[in-house]
Write a protein that binds this ligand. Structure first.
Ligand SMILES: Nc1ncnc2c1ncn2[C@@H]1O[C@H](COP(=O)(O)OP(=O)(O)OP(=O)(O)O)[C@@H](O)[C@H]1O
Length: 260
């Protein structure tokens, strides 16, 4: 997945004169196949905008996005997207929701059901296939969304704060599940998070975005085996964490050392 010189503008023409409509400015990004990249940045810096551009939902004002060497002009079938809000259809069962994602492949009923059931088994939801989304917990709903996406065999998986709404323990379970699926499927993952610890625990690359309009300002490559445990990770990871937190603080923010 490759991005070159991507600029995205939102909104009203009257903002254009002073550039207030620029959400992303001149982004270059090259993700190696099978890599896991966390994207972190302050609220409103343009992370979701970047996800929407890669997914082909938002056209660029300038620049290009390529998936497997083909330029993106609309939603490519090789790209899966998982949002914080699970975006499940309430009128379809769990199985129906996963099957819906497979319709584009015209597999035939039997193959479609088998593939959807296999995906649900992978996320531990085989038993709940005939429930409706409103009969599931938040964590279970997100498992359905992940199964629906992985069932399509995406080459690139975009995840926009997928675990942001979950409680701490469910979040840890989902992180482990995601890493296990990623190892098995080897999709290229771009994972948006607000949480520095989550970025460090999951990713082998961490990209930091500046305050709006978003630009990629730092790239860290991590070599520790995942999931990293901060408690066991030692000084290097803790310093990295401090570094990233420093980049995310707006200029002039209070720091405890100001008191000393
Ligand atoms: N459809 C839209 N029309 C106009 N402006 C938009 C639109 N979508 C986003 N924006 C603006 O673009 C900027 C970037 O928004 P975006 O949602 O990409 O940020 P983000 O980094 O994902 O934020 P958060 O971390 O709070 O979710 C913001 O200033 C936002 O108000």
């Amino acid at each position: 997945m490759k991005i070159e010189g991507l600029t995205i503008r939102h909104g009203r023409s009257r903002d254009r004169a002073h550039g207030a409509d620029i959400a992303l400015r001149n982004i270059d990004l090259d993700l190696q196949p099978g890599s896991f990249t966390a994207l972190i940045g302050p609220s409103g810096c343009g992370k979701s905008t970047l996800v929407n551009a890669i997914a082909g939902f938002t056209p660029p004002a300038q620049g290009r996005v390529w998936i497997d060497g083909a330029q993106v002009h609309g939603p490519p079938p090789e790209v899966g997207v998982v949002f914080q809000q699970y975006a499940l259809f309430p009128w379809l069962t769990v199985l129906g929701n996963v099957r819906f994602g497979l319709k584009q492949f015209r597999l035939g009923r039997r193959a479609e059901v088998e593939r959807a059931e296999a995906a649900l088994a992978e996320v531990g939801l085989a038993e709940l296939a005939h429930r409706y989304p409103q009969q599931l917990s938040g964590g279970q709903r997100q498992r359905v969304a992940i199964a629906r996406t992985f069932a399509t065999g995406p080459r690139v998986l975009l995840m926009d704060e997928p675990f942001g709404a979950l409680d701490a323990q469910t979040r840890v379970d989902m992180q482990e599940l995601l890493l296990a699926l990623w190892r098995k499927r080897r999709a290229t993952v771009l994972f948006v998070t607000h949480d520095v610890d989550e970025a460090i625990l999951l990713a082998d690359h961490v990209r930091v975005m500046s305050h709006a309009p978003g630009q990629l300002v730092m790239h860290y490559q991590l070599t520790q085996p995942r999931p990293c445990k901060l408690s066991r990770a030692g000084r290097d990871l803790l310093m990295l964490r401090e570094d990233i937190l420093g980049l995310l603080r707006p200029p002039g923010t209070f720091r405890p050392e100001h008191l000393s």
